[in-house]
Write a protein that binds this ligand. Structure first.
Ligand code: G3P
Length: 218
């Protein structure tokens, strides 16, 4: 399973990259706003900065919600760097835009996906990734991980090449559940990725190894 980090924070992206396990980055307008990135020029520069750190797929989201606007923005974003994946919301014009981008060889991430039907449309349009939002479904007492599993199963059954990118991951247990559901990618906060390292038996075992070493070696 590939790991993407879900942030626009350069420091966190660098930290995850330095760990040696980072395959890409996802951003969205809320995450960009959180970093205080204002204006198209600064946003474009920020995406390029992210690409230069991670050298893997970087999702950059269009703001337009109409077909023509999405095409214009998406083409501009894709031209910024070879690693850019154009993130498009799962609405009618978005599906049309994904179909257009797919024909032009521009990679896409269909975002804000909350049902198997939406995931089917994204795959038929030729999306590179589809992003079911796990945490936001859990927030309304639905089962986000179950949706990931259903999309994975549907794509395998019909042999779609669209990759299932589990998004809105909130904690480490979600990552483990994504592995079990067969997600191709999980995009996670840094804290959730680092949480995978935590095990009391690792800490206790390492402490004992070092104590024994030092007892004999002084
Ligand atoms: O990639 C989408 C993700 O950022 C949404 O996460 O926690 O805002 O639901 P969240």
């Amino acid at each position: 399973m590939k790991f993407f980090i879900d942030t626009a924070n350069l420091e966190q992206i660098r930290e995850a990259y330095d760990l040696g396990v980072l395959d890409g980055v996802t951003t969205n307008p809320s995450l960009m706003a959180k970093e205080g990135i204002r204006g198209v020029e600064n946003q474009c520069k920020h995406y390029v900065d992210i690409c230069n750190i991670v050298k893997g797929d970087v999702s950059a989201e269009v703001i337009a919600t109409d077909y023509k606007g999405m095409i214009k923005e998406g083409e501009e974003l894709a031209a910024l760097n070879q690693h850019i994946v154009v993130k498009v919301p799962c609405i009618a014009d978005g599906i049309k835009a994904i179909k257009y981008f797919s024909g032009k060889g521009i990679r896409t991430n269909c975002t804000l996906v909350f049902s198997v039907g939406q995931a089917l449309l994204a795959a038929k349009a030729g999306a590179t990734y589809v992003s079911p939002f796990v945490g936001r479904l859990d927030d309304i007492c639905e089962d986000g991980i179950a949706l990931v599993g259903k999309i994975v199963e549907m794509y395998r059954y019909y042999d779609y090449s669209t990759q299932v990118l589990a998004a809105s991951i909130r904690h480490t247990a979600h990552i483990i559940q994504c592995i079990e559901a067969g997600a191709d990618v999980a995009t996670c906060p840094l804290s959730a990725i680092k949480g995978l390292l935590n095990h009391p038996l690792t800490d206790a075992g390492l402490k004992k190894f070092l104590e024994d070493y030092n007892r004999v070696n002084g």
